[in-house]
Structure formats: structure tokens, C-alpha cells
Design a protein around this ligand. Structure first.
Ligand code: GLU
Length: 480
């Protein structure tokens, strides 16, 4: 094996890019880049019933959106290692499975589901609470195999584990981890349909692709001794493993893909108007602690400072408020031009973009730039300005029935009619004039005008609203 660091992200194309997957990809990517290595994107599609159409494409697109660009992928293959989809590598797995059988490290198993169930039940009855395969087929004669075949049985292939073998490895995140083969049964490497299982294919791929480091989720920890047994049989160098902790919600519960309280897919965040830089930054801190106080890091900075020894071994909390805060920080930093193109799709949900100049759109969007935490929030903030609807509640009725209200509205309309430019300073002056003419101040002055113009008690700054609506529209609303 060469010395170059090579890592991979190997999703099953069963859906969109999930926050956990994005985190695995991100840490592998940073590890590679920090060490001048390659980041490989490979597809583990052997669980054919679970594959979804477009899964691979969307995973890849979402990664690139985050700025994580693979050095190799099905779209960008290195001929030395291709193909990058497991279902296109079946021949290779067959070859190695046969080799294992020839060496006596693996064997055909003809047991049916019913027979396996029965054996498990018997083991439970004997007080064994983690039943294993009973090795019924370990020493079948050729005649017995023939007999099974004639019955129409199709064999799978099982790995014969070395008995009593202790398997240990130094996990990058957890330190020394120890397993014993006696707790693991002879597991299936090839299903009877000729498709390899994950644990088998992954070892062959990682070896053939010269993968040096494997950073993946904690759920794969118990797979690692199975994989190391294979490396031993093949006489291959074992990569360095690091198992990242689970991600938990605010109640300390493991994030489940079915938990609807938390958005978990990159595409959902993108659609809502989260910036890739913010998501990247947020995920970076999900299980990794920098060696300094600050929390805002760009991808380029992270590449420079990423140090896997600072990855945490305790669960990482998914803190939605922190993500929102982070996103708002990134939104505020956008240039006018970038902000406008980022926000336009959301403005389009409220107004016809064609009817406004970019300058007007920017003015509108800037009214809320420091307020929004994600793009889609601007829709609700902007709507009242365009789809006027006066709510009928007691507080509103009270304000509108104040004795001073008709006087305020009349004076405001008078003054508004006399001015031609609605620049912020002019409008501010207008309020002062109305105030001194009527002798009314504060809430009794501003609220009736706000209500007449927007129908709502709260919202953007009144002077901005007036500038945005324009004189004609404002007068129209005052006369409603
Ligand atoms: N396809 C596996 C998964 O999506 C990858 C596991 C690994 O990285 O070895 O979890």
C-alpha cells in the first residue's frame, strides 16, 4: 500500500444526504485534505431493494453543495480503482469468495430460514441470549451438497471465524477497542442470490481502492471485528478506523430519521434557505472541538486546522438554535449581490419579481437581512406588506378607536401628499411633523398608521414600509 492518505465516503443510495452521512463525509474529506490525500465517493448499492432512483445523484449533489468535492467518484473515476459502484464489482467479490472457500476460510451454507429460526429458538431455550449460527453446514460432504441442490436449495457463503480469537484495534476516536470472535457467529459473506453482504464487499473495496483511514458512524463499530477477520485471512493491511459518536436531539435521544421535529436532510435545509457555508460550519462542530474559542470556520480554514484527535467520544447534540444562529451570521455577511440572488427565490413567493428593479428588491430584502435566520422566513415578514389583511382583535380595535386616531391619520395623509421623495430621512421628518401638529406621540401615533398600512401590529420598520409601498399605495391603504 502506498503512503498517500486515501479515505472514502460510501453511502448506500437509499435516499437523500442525511446529517449523519454529511458529517462522515465532511470529516473524511477534511482528514484527506489536511494530509494531502484523496477523498473517494463510492456507492454501496448491494441492498438492492432499498436503493432509490436518483439517490446516488442527489447524495453527490448535496455533498458538492456543501463544498465537499470528491477526488474520485462514479462520475470522476480513476481507472486504477474503478468501478465505484458495488453492483458493478460483483466479479471481484466472487473471485475472493472462491479464494476463501479454497483456503478453508469460508464455506457454503444450505440452511433454510426455517432451519435457522429453529436453531435460534433451541439456543434461546438453552439460555443462550445471543444465538449464533450453529455451523450445521461447516463440514458438508459433496454428496450432502448435491442432495441439497437437488432439493432446489441455493447456498449462501459463510465466513468461518477463527475460534476464540481476540480482535483489537486502536480507534482514532475511542482508543483501544477489543472484541472476541466467540461473540460473533460465522456470518454470511455472499447471499444465495450471488450478491455480497456489506461487511464483505466493504473490505474488498477498501483494500482494492487503497483506503488508509475509515471514519464512520458508531453504528459500524460492531462490524469492524468482522472486517478485521477478513483482512487477516487475506493477509491485507488493516486501515485505521475511527468511529464517530451518535448525534442526539435536545432530549439526549439518538437522532432518528423518522424524528419529524428535526430536519435531517441537506436538501430540506437548502430549500429553506440555509447557506452551505453555515451548514458546513455547523456540522464541523458536531463532534469536533477546535483548539480555540471561535466558532466560525470556513471550509478552507477547517482544511488547515482539522485534527482528528479533537473529535469527541461523547454524543454530539444537534442544536437547532445554534444552527439558526450560525446561518444568520453567514446571511449578514453576504454582499448585496450574493444576498439578492440568495433571497430572490423567497421574494418570488410573495411578489412578481418582474415588476421591480434589483435596487427595489434589494431594499425590500435588506429590511429583514439582520432579522432572518434562514431565507424562507422572509416570506412571512414580507407578506403583510403585499397581501394586506387587517386582523380583528381587541387590541387592534382599541387602537383604531382611540380619539386621536382619525386626527393622526388625517394629518399623516396630508403631509404625505405634500412630499415627493420617500427617502428615509424625509419620512422620518414627516412623522415628526405629524407629531408636533397633532400633539400625539409614541404608540398612539405610530400604531394606527402601521395598522392601516400593513394590517399588523408588528413587522418591519415603518419608515421602510412607507418607502417600499410608495406614496400612492400608502394613501390608498390609509383610505381603506
Ligand atoms: N454504506 C455504509 C453506510 O452507509 C458505509 C459504511 C462504511 O463507511 O463502512 O453506512
Amino acid at each position: 500500500m502506498g503512503n498517500k492518505v486515501r479515505v472514502r465516503y460510501a453511502p448506500s443510495p437509499t435516499g437523500f444526504l442525511h446529517i449523519g452521512g454529511a458529517r462522515s463525509a465532511l470529516f473524511n474529506y477534511l482528514y484527506a485534505k489536511r494530509n494531502g490525500g484523496d477523498f473517494v465517493f463510492r456507492i454501496e448499492d448491494t441492498d438492492i431493494e432499498r436503493n432509490v432512483k436518483g439517490g446516488e445523484e442527489s447524495q453527490l449533489n448535496d455533498l458538492m453543495w456543501l463544498g465537499i468535492v470528491p477526488d474520485e467518484s462514479p462520475l470522476n473515476p480513476n481507472p486504477k480503482y474503478a468501478p465505484y459502484r458495488q453492483m458493478e464489482r460483483l466479479e471481484m467479490y466472487h473471485k475472493y469468495a472462491k479464494w476463501l472457500i479454497d483456503q478453508g476460510y469460508a464455506y457454503e451454507c444450505y440452511c433454510s430460514e426455517e432451519e435457522l429460526d429453529k436453531s435460534r429458538e433451541e439456543q434461546y431455550a438453552r439460555g443462550i441470549n445471543a444465538p449464533k449460527y450453529d455451523r450445521h453446514c461447516l463440514h458438508l460432504s459433496e454428496e450432502e451438497k448435491e442432495k441439497y441442490k437437488k432439493e432446489g436449495r441455493k447456498p449462501c457463503i459463510r465466513l468461518k471465524l477463527e475460534d476464540h480469537l481476540t480482535i483489537s484495534f486502536d480507534d482514532l476516536i475511542r482508543g483501544k477497542v477489543v472484541f472476541n470472535n466467540d461473540d460473533i457467529g460465522d456470518w454470511v459473506i455472499m447471499k444465495s442470490n450471488g450478491i455480497p453482504t456489506y461487511n464483505f464487499a466493504v473490505v474488498i473495496d477498501d483494500h482494492m481502492m487503497e483506503i488508509t483511514h475509515v471514519l464512520r458512524g458508531e453504528e459500524h463499530l460492531s462490524n469492524t471485528p468482522k472486517q478485521i477477520q477478513l483482512y487477516k485471512y487475506f493477509g491485507w493491511e488493516v486501515p485505521t478506523f475511527g468511529h464517530m459518536t451518535i448525534i442526539v436531539n435536545e432530549n439526549g435521544k439518538k437522532l432518528s430519521k423518522r424524528d419529524n421535529n428535526i430536519l435531517q436532510f441537506m436538501s430540506q435545509y437548502r430549500d429553506l434557505g440555509y447557506l452551505p457555508e453555515a451548514i458546513f460550519n455547523f456540522i464541523l462542530l458536531l463532534g469536533w472541538t477546535p483548539n480555540e474559542e471561535r466558532e466560525i470556520f470556513t471550509l478552507e480554514e477547517a482544511k488547515e486546522i482539522f485534527d482528528p484527535s479533537r473529535m469527541s467520544a461523547s454524543p454530539s447534540m444537534f442544536d437547532q438554535r445554534k444552527l439558526n444562529w450560525m446561518n444568520s451570521q453567514y446571511i449578514r455577511k453576504l454582499s448585496d449581490e450574493d444576498y439578492l440572488s440568495f433571497i430572490k427565490p423567497y421574494l418570488a413567493k410573495v411578489i412578481d419579481l418582474e415588476k421591480y428593479s434589483d435596487e427595489q428588491l434589494l431594499f425590500m430584502a435588506n429590511m429583514f437581512k439582520s432579522e432572518i435566520q434562514y431565507g424562507a422566513q422572509i416570506v412571512d415578514l414580507l407578506k403583510p406588506l403585499f397581501a394586506y389583511h387587517l386582523e380583528e382583535n381587541d387590541e387592534i380595535k382599541e387602537i383604531l378607536s382611540l380619539e386621536s386616531t382619525p386626527k393622526v391619520l388625517a394629518s399623516f395623509e396630508e403631509h404625505l401628499k405634500t412630499i415627493d421623495n420617500l427617502e428615509i430621512e424625509t419620512v422620518k421628518q414627516l412623522f415628526k411633523d405629524v407629531g408636533s401638529e397633532t400633539g400625539i406621540k409614541g404608540k398612539a401615533l405610530y400604531m394606527p398608521i402601521r395598522l392601516m398600512l400593513t394590517g399588523q401590529m408588528h413587522g418591519a420598520e415603518l419608515v421602510n414600509i412607507i418607502k417600499l409601498l410608495g406614496k400612492e399605495e400608502a394613501i390608498k391603504r390609509l383610505n381603506k
